[in-house]
Design a protein around this ligand. Sequence first.
Ligand code: AMP
Length: 114
Amino acid sequence: MAGCLFCQIVSGDIDAAVVHQGESTLAFRDINPQAPVHVLVIPREHLTNAADLTHDHAALLAEMVATAQWVATSEGVAESGYRLVMNVGADGGQTVGHLHLHVLGGRTMTWPPG
Ligand code: AMP
């Protein structure tokens, strides 16, 4: 989608530290990491957030989680554990309007998050 930051990362117009390229997903390091491991998994297709997901996206959502699992293994946090987060909308803390799954690990997560 024109003007969407993460669509521009998908197209290669904006650089990112890509760690995994899938057919329907892309994973890259968060530019402002909140944990030693902080990777974003996004769909290549533009969806604004989890509120856009329907049953038609079941395969895409499964692929996003599978990508997150691959990232966790690749980053060495699969055994120690990690957190998966999707922020939805303003009160959810969403700042980029393209669906993304945060993969956070490498430290003990607190609850509730700040
Ligand atoms: P959220 O607040 O859930 O919308 O998360 C958006 C995330 O995107 C934040 O953690 C930002 O640090 C991250 N971010 C913003 N711009 C970039 C970028 N150009 N490359 C990588 N991560 C980014």
